[in-house]
Design a protein around this ligand. Structure first.
Ligand code: ARG
Length: 455
């Protein structure tokens, strides 16, 4: 493609280090789409003859059909998908193929292809997040009133409902989707026509190619257009944040599936056995979702570091932008699908959750609140009184609500019979009806709102 200036060919290792075809062939659809739009515009502007534009159009469609049927060959002599496609086009239509690259450089070409690819990746990721959110919503609805222990410091804190807990992840996944939509809107400008770095003297119509490729318009600065990989980083950062959320949910599944917790049993579909210990049922998928999050964060870090020291405009380092994005996308797609499957098919052991919620004096705050509400005790004093009641229950080896009234009144005479009504875990969660609280009514209201937004 640049033979004119050279006498010798590249060293074998030069060819190998230079080639991006082994990975960028994944963008062949976007590359063909970009070239179709570019050729049509060149024809419409009278920059190339209509017959040549028509031949290029026909030839590109044939090349695409070949790729579709046979896959994209690994021809390292042809560096990347852009050169391979042009070479294939020349085999199909002859010299007219040489007119396609008029008023274009691989720098704006690759920037355009990659934006198109990332935009598609975002659409796929959004669909996968929507499936996870639907699964979380369905299970949350089923368990809107199922009591489980809520933790802080992984110590029993206050009872909550499983539905409330699952809806917390529904919120996180909603923010992940919103970040991806923001990224998509921001990246949806077309770099094509920026050429190598300075724009072009040909009378191209960048608005036409941008519209043909579904962009909102052309990018505004040719130097920025060929140097910018923010769009890929926006995607990776949003992907990394989403992966962190999946990893936290995965971690909870791993904990919950362990024998000391026993809160969940993962379906056979999402568990593995051990080759030596016959009793085992391991949450491998959840562990891998947790593990993949590290690799996705790594991919994001990798591209940030590639970009951080690059002067304007294009440098070949930027060819390294694709492997981390492809890897992160594949890992996130797998993680989202696996998490969705686990959520849909898990059996939640609600009796066990309740039993744990009832231990650990998780309704102590309710006793303190009762003293404040019913006996006008200042909260700090109520906190102290309740602490003494907890200590007494602990000494006696009973739960808070099993302490006899005489004993409670010995601690503080202001405690009366009504207190037993608030000491059960059900009463405790029912009482937390502040907006966004864990009361089943509140959880159901948030679920209803989420359903409304979905439709
Ligand atoms: N294979 C290159 C990449 O992926 C295409 C752009 C090459 N541009 C250049 N000036 N050498 O970045």
């Amino acid at each position: 493609m640049w033979g004119g200036r050279f006498e010798g060919g590249p060293a074998a290792v030069m060819r190998e280090i230079n080639a991006s075809l082994p990975f960028d062939k994944r963008m062949w659809r976007q590359d063909v789409a970009g070239s179709l739009a570019h050729a049509a515009m060149l024809g419409a502007q009278g920059i190339i003859a209509d017959e040549d534009a028509a031949a290029i159009n026909r030839g590109l469609r044939e090349v695409a059909a070949d790729y579709e049927r046979d896959g994209v060959p690994d021809d390292l002599a042809l560096e990347d998908i852009h050169m391979l496609t042009e070479a294939r086009l020349a085999e199909k239509i002859g010299p007219a193929a040489g007119r396609l690259h008029t008023a274009r450089s691989r720098n704006d070409q690759v920037a355009t292809d990659f934006r198109l690819w990332v935009r598609d990746a975002i659409d796929e990721t959004l669909a996968a997040i929507a499936r996870l959110r639907a699964a979380l919503l369905a299970r949350a609805e089923e368990h809107a009133a199922s009591v489980m222990p809520g933790f802080t410091h992984l110590q029993s804190a206050q009872p909550v409902t499983l539905g409330h807990h699952l809806m917390a992840y529904h919120e996180m996944a909603g923010r992940d989707a919103s970040r991806l939509r923001d990224a998509r809107a921001r990246m949806n400008l077309c770099p094509l026509g920026s050429a190598a770095l300075a724009g072009t003297g040909f009378p191209i119509d960048r608005h036409a190619t941008a519209a043909a490729l579904g962009f909102d318009g052309p990018t505004r600065n040719s130097l920025d257009s060929v140097s910018d990989r923010d769009f890929a980083l926006d995607y990776l950062q949003a992907a990394a944040q989403c992966a962190l959320h999946l990893s936290r949910l995965a971690e909870e599944f791993v904990l919950w599936a362990s024998q000391p917790f026993g809160f969940v049993s993962l379906s056979d579909q999402w568990s593995t056995g051990s080759s030596i210990m016959p009793q085992k049922r391991n949450p491998d998928a959840a562990e891998l979702v947790r593990g993949h999050a590290g690799r996705i964060v790594g991919a994001c870090t990798s591209l940030m570091i590639t970009m951080k020291g690059l002067p304007l405009a294009y440098s070949k380092d930027m060819q390294d932008d694709k492997p981390p994005v492809f890897e992160a996308h594949d890992l996130l797609a797998l993680s989202l699908a696996a998490m969705t499957g686990m959520v849909e098919s898990a059996t939640f052991r609600t009796e066990r959750m309740r039993e744990v919620a009832e231990s650990g004096f998780s309704t102590a705050t309710d006793l303190a609140d009762w003293l404040v509400r019913e006996a006008g005790v200042p909260f700090r004093e109520a906190h102290h009184v309740t602490g003494r009641a907890v200590a007494a229950a602990e000494r006696a080896g009973v739960k808070l609500h099993e302490l006899p009234m005489a004993e409670l009144q010995a601690i503080d005479a202001r405690i009366g019979e009504g207190v037993y009504e608030v000491l059960s875990v059900d009463a405790s969660v029912r009482s937390r009806r502040s907006y966004g609280g864990t009361a089943p009514d509140q959880v159901r209201a948030r679920i209803a709102e989420a359903r409304e937004q979905q439709s």
